[in-house]
Design a protein around this ligand. Structure first.
Ligand SMILES: [Ca+2]
Ligand SMILES: [Ca+2]
Ligand SMILES: [Ca+2]
Length: 254
């Protein structure tokens, strides 16, 4: 019983619960999300606590995606962000796979620090998954305003963690990829105090649909992990419980 109570306390207080640790494998169960059928309803997109996200167009019957048409196949569905220790994690769910469809190609993942319209970093979503700084971008051919789309050049910062499984959610018309980037690769763009303000963006080469997640978070001050104290408290409670139990067994004749 003591362990259960402590678990609940940990969820409420600890900043990054151990149970939510992200594995970059292209599967989103670790985010608390399983892209299922439309019938599962909009709530299927809600991730675990503490994860930033945006979701739109939860309706395969609607062809218009704004600004283009195309229905589920071109529907950028959701973007997620979280951070654990020294790594920033991102995930995108779309109706568009990371391969060519009807002559159109998937775009790269774009990060705009400061949310000022200048996309300062890009991650290649096909081939070698390199993070580029100061990238130049191409815009979508049909709907340029859905850009940026693909990194065309830039300063290679390193190959990052990237997970994608083409058939994981394809039965329900969904495709998901995950990215893990050491915050150090962002240099001074990643704040150590104050506010983390960034816009995360993804589209495909036509730009029929695009999605942006605006993150605006106050960086917490560096203090000892509350979970450490809770674990210590749990240990004391568990010891107290054992001691009480052993006394009880001695008092009750068997
Ligand atoms: Ca995962
Ligand atoms: Ca959409
Ligand atoms: Ca920027």
């Amino acid at each position: 019983m003591g362990a259960v109570v402590c678990g609940a306390l940990s969820l409420g207080v600890a900043h990054q619960p151990a149970w939510a640790s992200i594995t970059v494998d292209g599967l989103l169960g670790d985010w608390g999300v399983t892209p299922g059928p439309y019938a599962a309803g909009p709530s299927q997109w809600t991730p675990n606590a503490g994860i930033s996200f945006i979701q739109e167009d939860q309706n395969p019957a609607v062809s218009f995606l704004n600004p283009g048409f195309g229905g589920q196949q071109f529907d950028v569905e959701a973007i997620y962000f979280t951070q654990q220790n020294s790594t920033a994690y991102f995930a995108v769910v779309s109706g568009f796979p990371l391969r060519t469809v009807s002559g159109y190609t998937p775009g790269d993942f774009a990060i705009d620090f400061g949310s000022n319209g200048s996309y300062d970093f890009g991650v290649k979503t096909v081939g070698t998954h390199t993070l580029y700084g100061s990238p130049t971008w191409s815009n979508p051919g049909l709907f340029p305003a859905s850009g940026p789309s693909a990194v065309t050049s830039g300063t290679a910062k390193g190959v990052v963690q990237f997970g994608y499984q083409d058939s994981a959610y394809s039965a329900n018309g969904h495709y998901a990829f995950e990215i893990g980037i050491p915050k150090s690769l962002f240099g001074s763009y990643w704040p150590t105090s104050g506010v983390l303000d960034m816009t995360l963006h993804w589209t495909m080469s036509c730009g029929n649909d695009e999605l942006d997640l605006h993150v605006h978070q106050t960086i917490p001050p560096t203090i000892p992990e509350p979970s450490d104290f809770l674990l210590f408290g749990c240990g004391l409670l568990a010891l107290a419980g054992l001691s009480w139990q052993s006394r009880l067994f001695r008092l009750v004749p068997r």
